[in-house]
Design a protein around this ligand. Structure first.
Ligand code: PXP
Length: 253
């Protein structure tokens, strides 16, 4: 069997902050969660500073940058406000996502094809100071081509529709959504883009995605924070990494 390259796990700690903010205090601290994630084997930390500050706050981002010894992936909408903050924090990476105030979470991918001229200068400004930019897009071929045309080096393929199909337990829909992911991942890789994926990944659906050899990073949050209630965050991260590595090396799934 050909050896597949390793795969990284970026742990999204937004929902530790969701729990903290429910009471308005300082506990649980997302930076402490990021420290724990690092010692459990996370390869990076992802946090989304939303315009409405519903979970991560500005001070969290700065502390994540200053106190955590892992690459920080700053998820952000393409707004002037977020561009300014991201440039100040100077994270390793920025993942540009669409944002809609009424949504519960990031519902769809970025319409890069429709917003190319708006996005390109923002991407350029981030890249000019050495921030590695990724674009969070739906698994659609025209969005992959549009992402490539912006000059961003990375795409993150949105796996949310695959997750929705899995929770509806509709095998045909799961297979169709997985096919879209696979096609987009292969296309992005063939165009020279670094490929990440994420959204809605769990112990139960991660392995087919992790087995795609072109994907170098998965970003996972909600499930890990939820599962930490039952098994602890460190154990949940270790189990997720094990499932990912097993899928990568041809283990069972
Ligand atoms: N990747 C991106 C770009 C996201 O917006 C999110 C959700 O904030 C995730 C990954 C993680 O998704 P989930 O919390 O469902 O694991």
């Amino acid at each position: 069997m050909t050896k597949k390259p390793p795969i990284r796990l970026g742990v999204n700690i937004d929902h530790v902050a969701t729990i903290r903010n429910a009471r308005g205090g300082a506990h649980p601290d997302p930076v402490r969660a990021a420290q724990l994630a690092a010692s459990a084997g996370a390869d990076g930390i992802t946090a989304h500073l939303r315009g409405d500050r519903r979970h991560i706050l500005d001070a969290d981002m700065q502390r994540l940058k200053d106190e955590i010894d892992l690459p920080l992936n700053f998820e952000m909408a393409a707004t002037a406000e977020m561009l300014k903050i991201c440039l100040e924090v100077a994270p390793h990476a920025a993942c540009i996502v669409p944002e809609n105030r009424a949504e519960r979470t990031t519902e769809g991918g970025l319409d890069v094809a429709g917003q190319h001229n708006y996005l390109a200068p923002i991407i350029r400004e981030l890249m000019d100071v050495g921030i590695r930019v990724s674009l969070f897009i739906d698994p659609e071929e025209h969005q992959v081509h549009a992402a490539k045309s912006t000059g961003a080096p990375v795409v993150e393929i949105h796996t949310g529709a695959y997750y929705e199909a899995a929770i509806a337990t509709q095998p045909k829909r799961i297979a169709a959504e997985f096919d879209k992911i696979k096609t987009s991942v292969e296309l992005a890789n063939s165009l020279g883009l670094e490929v990440h994926a994420g959204h809605g990944l769990t112990f139960h659906n991660v392995q087919p995605v992790a087995a795609l050899p072109e994907i170098v990073e998965l970003n996972i949050g909600h499930f890990l924070v939820g599962e930490s209630v039952f098994m602890g965050l460190g154990e949940a991260i270790k189990e997720m990494k094990k499932l990912m590595q097993d899928a990568r090396t041809g283990g069972h799934y």
